[in-house]
Design a protein around this ligand. Sequence first.
Ligand SMILES: *Cc1c(COP(=O)(O)O)cnc(C)c1O
Length: 349
Amino acid sequence: MREKESIRNLKGYEACQIPFEIKLDANEGKNILLSNLYEEGLILDNETPINLYPDNDAILLKKELSKYLNVSINQILVGNGSSEMIELIIKTFVDKDETILSFTPSFSMYKIYAQIYGANFVEVNSNDDFSLDMKKMIKKAKEIFPKVIFICNPNNPTGYLIDLKDIKNLLEETDALVVVDEAYIEFAEKSILSEIERYENLIVLRTLSKAFGLAGIRVGSMISNEELIDIMKKVVSPYHLNSISQYLAVKALQNKENLKPYIEEIKLQRIFLYKSLQKLGMKVVPSYANFLFFQSDIKDLYNKLVDKGVLIRKFSDKLSKYFRVSIGDPSENKKFIGCLKEIVKNENG
Ligand SMILES: *Cc1c(COP(=O)(O)O)cnc(C)c1O
């Protein structure tokens, strides 16, 4: 098996989930301080008693996710954002000094967690136009035999979308665990999810933080074959996903039909922002996500925008002239472009 030696014989903590009349097994107190959340119509129904530990299996949430993702409940693990899932994968499978492989630039947390766990982090450069060459990735994997390969699709921060056949090629050409982080897939479609049974080394990550607009409740999920899910279930902390987040995530997934018009709006706004940035002389990378990555020679652009109350993302080193801007609602986007126009005018005037 693939997991670390120390995990192989681990028997995970087993949360007791026996039906009860009187629950006196876990030293839970009585909720006297927030007792009228339900009566006040705030958030919870009386099915979610917050004085008790949450459902360790998050069964209602996994049921809703299984409908949305079209996979079985046993192929899902939920957690505090996909960030917790990234850490869990490394914690479970990567020993100190083993290697993790990824493209660069990509999502920064892969590298941060790799460092925390003492792993080697090896990066395959993107092409000059920020497209990603899977042949280069496969070649590297065959040279260095990584334990885990992280693929972010669409890629953060560039918005580049990798072809599914390239990901399948990678899955076939390596024995490493291939983690496909689909945090932005709702804006792109073309998920690899339907292949989880075909490839025993595939793990897919999803989140409610981006298209679902629920970053504050920290809910993400990992989808893989049952064997890998069962190994990671042993390692994850008991009761890690709180009951309020579980409750709200279930409610949100029950309203998921409202997602489509929102995603369509973002795609239209993406075209508007892309063209507007180009008109203002920025070099913009085509994006399949809810952000755009662009290059500008304007000195101190980041701070000039901060002075106008607009926050975008800046980068350092080789990418110090590059920026990532989230696609907001139409009025936010217009204001952002307005501020940028003023800055450009001042530069030229
Ligand atoms: C935002 C983001 C995440 C983290 O999402 P959470 O579920 O909020 O932890 C993971 N991967 C990528 C690529 C992201 O951009």
